[in-house]
Design a protein around this ligand. Structure first.
Ligand SMILES: [Mn+2]
Length: 322
């Protein structure tokens, strides 16, 4: 039996749409409405947030609120590293997806000599940098932060000096420099990317398992293939953005919905299978936004997925491979 620890990071500084900081609360509401004792059984450790800085002016348009995002990543990194060092597997419930970079930094800080692979289940590639982002919304920067890359080959922006100073500091969180190699990232469900991200994915041979591939080959085959691509990694982190799922079939309750995503059963089965692998050292779910939703539908779906994933993670045995 694995020892789990729920970590809550209700930050939304890096999203382009307001409301993701209410996502974890909405998931708890869904749990209460279902009559579940989940949050009695698993107490959350909350990383303190600074969402009030959203009321300040934006000083760095190519990396909005970068100073405050850096503080949140440092806090998340410290909490995750601490959680791992105490022998727990972190299950992270977060607002916007930027904090996943903090999670990866924390995994690396606790395991500096280990090679970390990432399975990123998302509609977006989240590989932007201040040099490439069209929006400056840093929830699209997570993997570039973790890999400590600038992607200057595909540069489109000219960020100002203050932005770049913060960016250099961000790349040092957890350990100074790369926490992961870009080629140790596997995407599932990515279907909305910009040219600089496509350029980077091509340069590093990053595999994306599309939604139609998941449907054709089946969830189990995709889970196996994704994990086998990371066979040389010592640890695997699974990051689940709810916008990987289909907005029409499930809900629009997320900041940047993209049509033609995974169905609930597929997402549930995928996460359940992945976390059974003994190398999976942390799981995260992000981007539920109840202010964009009707009847809390996304949080209800997210809670179903959390319950089944946590059960699979907790009950896995070291020998079982999918
Ligand atoms: Mn994302």
């Amino acid at each position: 039996m694995e020892k789990l620890k729920l970590v809550e990071v209700s930050s939304e500084l890096a999203a382009g749409t307001r409301g993701a900081s209410l996502g974890v609360g909405a998931i708890k509401t869904a749990s209460l409405n279902k009559g579940s004792d989940f949050f009695r059984k698993y107490k959350t450790t909350a990383v303190p947030t600074i969402n009030e800085s959203l009321f300040l002016d934006i000083e760095n348009p190519y990396a909005k609120h970068i100073h405050e995002v850096r503080i949140m990543l440092e806090r998340t990194c410290e909490t995750i590293s601490d959680t791992i060092n105490k022998g727990f597997v972190p299950v992270v419930l977060a607002g916007d997806h930027s904090t996943a970079a903090g999670t990866i930094c924390g995994i690396k800080n606790a395991n500096p000599d280990k090679r970390i692979g990432v399975i990123w289940i998302d509609a977006h590639a989240d590989f932007h940098t201040p040099y490439t982002s069209p929006s400056g919304n840093m929830h699209g920067f997570s993997l570039a932060i973790a890999a400590a890359i600038d992607n200057l080959e595909c540069r489109v922006n000219n960020p100002k000096e203050s932005t770049l100073q913060e960016w250099e500091e961000i790349k040092k969180i957890g350990v100074d420099g790369p926490k992961i190699k870009p080629e140790d990232v596997v995407f599932i469900g990515v279907r909305s990317t910009e040219e600089p991200e496509r350029c980077l994915m091509e340069n590093h041979g990053i595999r994306n398992f599309t939604v139609s591939e998941v449907r054709e080959k089946g969830v189990k085959a995709i889970a196996e293939e994704a994990l086998s691509r990371l066979a040389d990694c010592d640890l695997v982190y699974v990051s689940f953005d709810v916008d990987s799922m289909d907005p029409d079939a499930i809900s629009e309750g997320t900041g940047t919905p993209v049509p033609n995503g995974l169905y609930e059963d597929e997402a549930k089965e995928l996460n359940r299978l992945l976390v059974q692998h003994p190398k999976v050292c942390a799981w995260e779910i992000v981007e539920v936004n109840p202010t964009l939703d009707e009847h809390n539908a996304m949080a209800e779906t997210a809670f179903e997925i959390i319950e089944s994933t946590v059960k699979a993670l907790e009950n896995r045995s070291a020998e079982v491979k999918i």
